[in-house]
Design a protein around this ligand. Structure first.
Ligand code: GUN
Ligand code: FE
Length: 460
């Protein structure tokens, strides 16, 4: 392993300090230790570095100094809480095709190809590097049914340095003959996938590594329609055989026809959400994607179980699923993050997702008769969802999500340079940040750091 020195970043930064509050710091010194953990932050300018370093016991000759340009700033990395790595080759295809037809005609035929591990490697290398360059420092990935291809995705995340939860998808019914598992195989290959993470081996866990593993498994029953009760029960048992239980991800309440089908398949359960609860799959580590058509009762169940929601507005519009009620979810104290849901969603970068999240919420405010009482999602709130909200959803809010000493340095160095972002000399960081969020794109993301390691950016 490469030995790194401490690094000091000099310049501006913006991050979330609460759901609706951003902190904009014009002049800061951020010290990142050899392991990539933020050691301290001072609100001071570059000219103060000699004095600060004496006080902090830093020997300037021994550290690397990264001085940001006057128009640049740091942002925490984005956390994409729901995306399908094998579907990126389809991004942009299928506009308006309803979910179940979209799965049969576009998605399953594409995912079937990952039986070929070499093909999978090629796609996954591009997915991981492209999303890193677009500012996704952490992703919650679905793979395919294939064990080896999904293990390749894990290896590639580790090689390229992207933080991730990776799931081998599980499906044992109501799927094409050529893209389905026997129940017994679905169970054993989910077990084998988890067992291939060496850090989950009891002997390794006992030696308590100082930092959490960069890549961890997440159990991935695709959705209630495509999983038998036996498989759901086994995955719940597997999750609970670890302490804390393994993370779990699935789709929930995305599309009307899907919801009606779930009602027919699971007549004993009170609701779609209750299906997952009845099989012991709802808990603090559960990430539920979409949640477009939830009833109040279902939201209460999610809250009670401390599960959370990945809001995927680009997908919910692109394949015409509907509009999720994020304001209500947040008011009720449910954890919410953002998901690109590629290729149900068309955007690989979280910026368009974040923007659309505010617009969907604004349309709810427009439609509300007492609209002055309805608070649409603000940009700071949507940014929180893209960073801290995602971290909390993935149980990593003590590790990443904003710039706090003790957390890991997962950061974007933003240099405004895309044609839509016009920054003038001396413009304050609050405005440079707003211009990037609304008018910028991934060309403005000059460098991307995960755990202090430079892993991407627009020059790559
Ligand atoms: N429901 C089940 N599978 C999928 C998928 O791949 N994408 C989306 N958006 N919804 C799903
Ligand atoms: Fe999805």
């Amino acid at each position: 392993m490469m030995i790194r020195s401490k690094t000091v970043y000099l310049g501006s930064y913006v991050h979330s300090v609460s759901l609706d509050q951003l902190e904009h710091v014009e002049h800061a010194i951020i010290c990142v230790g050899e392991t990539g953990v933020i050691e301290w932050i001072e609100h001071a300018g570059a000219e103060d570095l000699p004095a600060v370093s004496v006080r902090r016991g830093l020997v300037l000759d021994d550290i690397e100094v990264v001085e940001l340009g006057p128009d640049e700033f740091l942002s925490p990395g984005f956390i994409d809480t729901h995306t399908h790595a094998p579907q990126y080759p389809n991004n942009g295809l299928g506009h308006g095709v309803p979910l179940l037809e979209w799965l049969d005609t576009l998605t399953f035929p594409t995912e079937r190809r990952y039986k070929d591990v070499e093909y999978a490697r090629g796609v996954y290398e591009r997915v991981v590097q492209t999303t890193l360059n677009a500012g996704t420092t952490m992703a919650c990935y679905y793979g395919t049914l294939h064990l080896e291809a999904t293990q390749a995705l894990v290896d590639i995340c580790l090689e390229k340095g992207q933080r991730a939860l990776v799931g081998k998808c599980s499906m044992d019914r109501n799927s094409p003959d050529t893209y389905v598992e026997y129940t017994s195989t679905a169970i054993s290959s989910a077990q084998d996938f988890v067992a291939s993470f060496p850090h989950l081996h009891p002997a390794v866990t006992a030696s308590t590594p100082s930092l959490p593993p960069l890549v961890q498994p997440i159990l991935t029953p695709r959705m209630a329609i495509s999983t038998t009760p036996e498989l759901l029960t086994s995955l719940s048992t597997l999750a609970k055989s670890f302490d804390p239980p393994l993370a779990i991800q699935t789709h929930l309440s995305e599309n009307d026809e899907e919801i009606r089908t779930v009602g027919r398949l699971f007549p004993e359960s009170k609701s779609y959400t209750a299906v997952y609860d009845d099989f012991g799959l709802l808990g603090p580590g559960t990430v539920l994607a979409h949640c477009v058509h939830l009833t109040q009762e279902e939201r209460e169940l999610i809250k009670e179980k401390d599960a959370g929601i990945s809001h995927c507005p680009t997908s919910n519009y692109f394949i015409a699923s509907g509009e999720a009620r994020v304001r209500e979810m947040l008011d009720e104290g449910i954890k919410v993050g953002l998901g690109s849901d590629c290729s149900g969603g068309y955007a690989h970068c979280l910026l368009p997702v974040l923007r659309l999240a505010t617009h969907v919420s604004q349309s709810h405010a427009f439609a509300n008769a007492q609209r002055r009482a309805y608070k649409p999602l603000s940009m700071p709130e949507a940014f929180y969802l893209a960073t801290m909200g995602g971290a909390a959803l993935c149980r990593l809010d003590n590790v990443v999500g904003n710039f706090v000493p003790g957390k890991e340095f997962d950061a974007l160095r933003i240099k405004p340079r895309s044609p839509g972002v016009w920054v003038h000399k001396g413009e304050k960081v609050e405005d440079r940040f707003a211009k990037w969020i609304w008018a910028g794109d991934d060309r403005d993301i000059r460098e991307v750091y995960v755990r202090g390691r430079l892993v991407g950016g627009s020059s790559r």
